[in-house]
Design a protein around this ligand. Sequence first.
Ligand SMILES: [Zn+2]
Length: 222
Amino acid sequence: MGPHFLAEGLEIQEHSAAGRGVFATRRIAAGSLLSVWGGWIITTAELNRLRKTEQTYAVQVEEDLYLLTPRSKVAGADFINHSCDPNAGLEGSISLVALRDIEAGEEVCYDYAMADSNPHLGFDCTCGSPLCRRTVTGEDWRSLRLQQTYEGHFSPYLQRRVTAERERIAREAVALQAQAQAVVAQVGTPQGGAMASNEDIAPIHRMRPRVRKSVKLVAVQR
Ligand SMILES: [Zn+2]
């Protein structure tokens, strides 16, 4: 029993860069549950009122909520560090699972962009990965590469944002296509045929209007 769950085969070890980290003492299979965080739920405003040193062991779990371990109670899963090329990812807002097989001796890391979107919580990263972003910020979840790589392993509140963003882009694409078709319908006459060569226009002009529109749209998209 304790404030956190840390799976068997994981232990805290000294870490030259980050002080302490969580390491595997044996091979752990992809998909395994690694840890579950516990702590106190605080709002963003409450977090911002804490001293920097007290903010260290907080993880964002909802749009305006953080799970905090007070510094005096720090243990186990609190020491899981960030990597820009992590072997662990979120499943839900407080559990970490192995994204791939983790070998004995490897450090367990997740990408803080999976959970945190607070613009004030940036830091310089020295994870050493070729994918290292150097500076990790609360805006990193917006990266399309990260959205694709971490699909299903973001905190649920961030996954909702990613999905909403995708839907917005899809709606805009549909609206743009409708606009383009409207433009094509307006200029889809021989006078407006500047987009296509004269060779193209002659046969197109003999087609029925509906076909003519779609053929013209191809010309616009080029
Ligand atoms: Zn990094």
